[in-house]
Design a protein around this ligand. Sequence first.
Ligand SMILES: Cc1cc2nc3c(=O)[nH]c(=O)nc-3n(C[C@H](O)[C@H](O)[C@H](O)COP(=O)(O)OP(=O)(O)OC[C@H]3O[C@@H](n4cnc5c(N)ncnc54)[C@H](O)[C@@H]3O)c2cc1C
Ligand code: SF4
Length: 454
Amino acid sequence: MIRPLPVALSADRLEAGIPDLKPLLTESQAIVEANRCLYCHDAPCIQACPTAINVPEFIKRIGTGNVEGAAKTILEANILGHSCASVCPVEVLCAGACVYNELQEPAIMIGRLQRYATTYAYDRGLRFFGKGQSTGFRVALVGAGPASLACAHELTRLGHEAVVFEGRALPGGLNVTGIAPYKLHAREALREVEYIQQIGFEIRPNVLVGRDLPFDELASDFDAVFLGVGLGPDSRLDLPGEDLPGCVGAVALIERIKNEAGFRLSGVTRAVVIGGGNTALDAVRELSALGVPHVTMLYRRGEAEMTGYSHELAAAKREGAEVRFWAAPVAIEGQDRVSALRCERTRIDSDGKLERIPGSAFVLDADLVVKATGQEKLATLLSGIAGLTLERGRVVVDPETAQVGRSKLFAGGDCSNGGKEVVNAAAEGKRAAKGIDAYLKGVARPANLEVSAR
Ligand SMILES: Cc1cc2nc3c(=O)[nH]c(=O)nc-3n(C[C@H](O)[C@H](O)[C@H](O)COP(=O)(O)OP(=O)(O)OC[C@H]3O[C@@H](n4cnc5c(N)ncnc54)[C@H](O)[C@@H]3O)c2cc1C
Ligand code: SF4
């Protein structure tokens, strides 16, 4: 049974006021841009895409007026091609590999052309894929983020019954709760979930596996299980004052900005974001877009060591953010709520280790401190599953099949890759579906009992 999505997003959400930084191309813009493509042999843009979308093929189709065919090419390779068009860091993937870069000319706007084609298909309700002939096998998927959605879609095409269990009220994972609004709004991400789901698999929201449904029950009820649970909550800093109101985790804050009706940043004039990754940069840019007058990013190392993309850093600076390198937080100060962040300057010592410089303390006034130093792994759920090997909190899987050991358990996306991009989760989810299919075809015995809860 396909239940309708509980789409309950209010219009009164902060993200609704943040405009799209890369709006949809018009028809004439798309055709002009498509006709710039050189349709390269052994196109490097295909190789740079984790889902190997045939970029020259879909661009040629746009250029010749076959936009429907372009959308089919994209979605055949990556059923999350609509969100990926807007959220992929194309500068370091397909467009970064475009031969035009070597010619010192602007790379083809692959993401925007991709979005043009998938929006065309979505607006017209064009559907390209259907359910495969039933195999009678049932697969449970834990989490309704990009990894599980890609996996469930492919499993359905292969004739398996897929049931997705999602702990939150809304499916979509970080596409709905975490992606910066100037790239993708939650409503558009939910539209994609609906589009994908129409192939015919079920999503059961508000079921947190491990709390509302024991994992061993799931494992015994289904022929295979896919784990697409992503990562856990924001990491703690373990600093004095961390629990004061006004000190928040970046992922939690972004979720409120995107999803919570009536949420406001009332009275926030000085925000400090701690971290040097893409989530830190997203938080900085979102706070600037929401009109916070002073936004500072604080990173304990230098620009070269940042894991955040340089194009995002450049954009954050352009939008007015201040960036402080070589400084670490030591305490969050305030009486009833945050009023400042105490910091110390840092450097690399003679052994190559990061050290704080004695006597270098300084204070940044702040009414909002945002921690963006990573997400914890979902240890509580994962450590309760027997047969699972964790390496630094990541689920260890066979890279070809996504299988966990020789069990009926499979995993993909952030929970096994440690946290990459939506396109990686989509690729891994699809790959896992093929691994599950091969596994199920080889199952000549009742449901494998190697996996059970401890
Ligand atoms: C702030 C932020 C911004 C990002 N921006 C970008 C970007 O611009 N571009 C990009 O490509 N990538 C971006 N990413 C990364 C990208 O969002 C992830 O790589 C991708 O969403 C991973 O997909 P997933 O399906 O593995 O996990 P998730 O998207 O995290 O989905 C996991 C789902 O599982 C559910 N779940 C967890 N535990 C359970 C349980 N026990 N039972 C049931 N359900 C459960 C969760 O509620 C969630 O819905 C960003 C990440 C963050 C944190
Ligand atoms: S590398 Fe650039 S020019 Fe060549 S096929 Fe890809 S998008 Fe077109």
